[in-house]
Ligand binder design. Structure first.
Ligand code: ADP
Ligand code: G6P
Length: 478
């Protein structure tokens, strides 16, 4: 493929190359909400390319096409995987940007490698983009890339979108190298955030740390020497899901049959409660299991009537905080099943693996209650996927106030997951909710999600980027 007019750059490609013990390799869908959202946007984009990492170390892979997408792999060395991806991205920035739920670790060598890895992505994106094109950079792993691209390719329009929260000044100020991170981001024309609060946090940090002039949405970046000042915009664009996928899957007889089969396999309980998360400490899985365990212990939930399913996707398995979390969750689930499971079926059915989208949809269709209890979450797409799957307009979403989704999904049962008593009451309330109340809430939630799907999110962002990118944007449109 010749150079593309739209290039997406993310740490991950939409597919991950896995090597089996016998040395054979296969491509599997990459984990996480970024890929879920961007994959459907890119399937519909002509003359677009996706630059990212294929998940291994020291693997040189030539650009290739998959379905309708053109993918350009970036090779990471074993040291870059350890220090840029597992280290600075997921052991420094991730906990710091998620309210320090876990302690951020910082090592100066991690930063050096983060800079070099960002340079690799920037160079690959610059090389893949047509004259006057648009580059859309994604997420916290690539915060230096906008500025690096600007110096390599002053002709292109640059956008960046943060899939995770942007922390308040008081937390961001702890980040060593904070000035460089802000300057890196300000290489973009438009910076997108999940919530209004995130955009404001960012502009506040720029004002306080760099001393630039900034209103809530506009920042004036002073030009160096003869250069003119530049205006950068920071706005919120809440991300969403491709509702058409769920519309189709929920009408597929095989998916309907699978939902029925799952319920039967669980022994046809009166109610099914579901949790679906990457196994991440931000998701509040510990809090959820504590509340659910207490309800079993109190006798408020009878495991003969109610079964909980917890799907925990493997994630960042070499980072210590994730290893510890997995041990704790698996110990707790084992204990709760040992104490409460009826003979022949679990109180909590726990799965630590990924599933095809058909199975995920079947799970959503058979769940009477979904628990999203994140302690902090940029958006949380699971919440929106559940709503999109409820063609029967039934089911209850218990949703943490600390998700981006809570700003939009006001008809969910909103909870503070830190308050275990409140969480217990919310679970019982959800299990007892009348069909009429479920329908009222679900209708309103479905309207919200169907009116704001991921295609609209992408076009809102790209239109704003064209507007802000000015001349460079006009070139790209030609
Ligand atoms: P995050 O981006 O932090 O992982 P989100 O809730 O925004 O959280 O997105 C998670 C995405 O991963 C959703 O699209 C969800 O359907 C998908 N997912 C989660 N667990 C699994 C699993 N076990 N198998 C397949 N897909 C999964
Ligand atoms: C979140 C992040 C993504 C990331 C995903 C999965 O959604 O916002 O950038 O890709 O989690 O995490 P991983 O570390 O496996 O890429």
């Amino acid at each position: 493929m010749s150079r593309a007019s739209l290039v997406v750059v993310a740490n991950r490609l939409p597919v991950d190359r896995k090597t089996a013990p016998d040395g054979s390799t296969e491509w599997v869908t990459s984990p996480g909400g970024l890929v879920t959202a961007m994959e459907s946007v890119m399937r519909n984009a002509d003359s677009a390319a996706w630059v990212g990492w294929a998940g291994g170390a020291d693997e040189d892979i030539a650009p290739f096409d998959i379905d309708t997408m053109h993918l350009v792999p970036v090779t990471l060395t074993a040291e870059e995987v350890e220090k840029y991806y597992e280290g600075f991205s997921n052991d420094t920035l991730w906990p710091l940007y998620h309210d320090v739920i876990a302690d951020p670790n910082f090592h100066r060598t991690w930063w050096d490698v983060y800079v070099e890895a960002n340079r690799k992505f920037a160079k690959a994106a610059a090389a893949a983009t047509a004259e006057g094109g648009t580059i859309w950079v994604h997420d916290y792993q690539l915060q230096l890339v906008p500025e690096m691209i600007r110096s390599l390719r002053p002709d292109v329009t640059i956008g960046w979108f943060n899939h995770i929260p942007f922390p308040p000044f008081e937390l961001f100020a702890q980040l060593p190298k904070r000035d460089s991170v802000l300057r890196g981001l300000l290489g973009a024309d438009l910076l997108g955030f999940q919530r209004e609060r995130d955009a404001i946090n960012f502009t506040t940090c720029v004002r306080q740390i760099l001393g630039y002039r900034a209103s809530e949405h506009q920042i004036v970046v002073p030009g160096l020497g003869l250069e003119e000042d530049r205006t950068v915009e920071a706005r919120c664009f809440p991300i969403s899901i491709d509702v058409s996928v769920y519309d189709e899957l929920t009408k597929d007889p095989a998916v309907l049959a699978r939902a029925k089969e799952i319920r039967e396999q669980l022994g046809n309980p009166k109610k099914v409660v579901l949790g679906v998360d990457r196994l991440d400490y931000t998701k509040g899985i510990r809090h959820r299991l504590k509340a659910y365990g207490e309800l079993l212990n109190d006798g408020a939930i009878d495991p003969h009537d109610v079964t909980m399913i917890q799907v925990a996707t493997p994630s960042r398995e070499r980072v210590d905080a994730y290893k510890q979390l997995r041990d704790e969750i698996e110990l707790t689930v084992g204990r709760l099943n040992g104490d409460f499971a009826p003979i022949g079926r679990p109180a909590i059915s726990y799965m630590h693996r990924t599933f095809p989208r058909t199975d995920m949809t079947a799970l959503y269709m058979c769940a009477d209650v979904v628990l999203v209890t994140s302690l902090r979450d940029g958006m949380n797409l699971v919440a929106k996927e559940y709503i999109a799957s409820r063609i029967d307009e039934r089911g209850v979403l218990v949703l943490s106030e600390f998700t981006g989704a809570a700003d939009e999904l006001r008809a969910a049962t909103l909870v503070n997951p830190h308050d275990i008593d409140e969480l217990k009451s919310a679970i019982l309330h959800a299990l007892a909710m009348s069909e009429e109340e479920q329908q009222d809430n679900m209708r309103s939630l479905r309207r919200q999600v169907f009116d704001h799907d991921v295609q609209r999110w992408a076009s809102d962002f790209l239109e704003a980027l064209e507007r802000v990118g000015g001349d460079r944007g006009a070139e790209a449109r030609k």
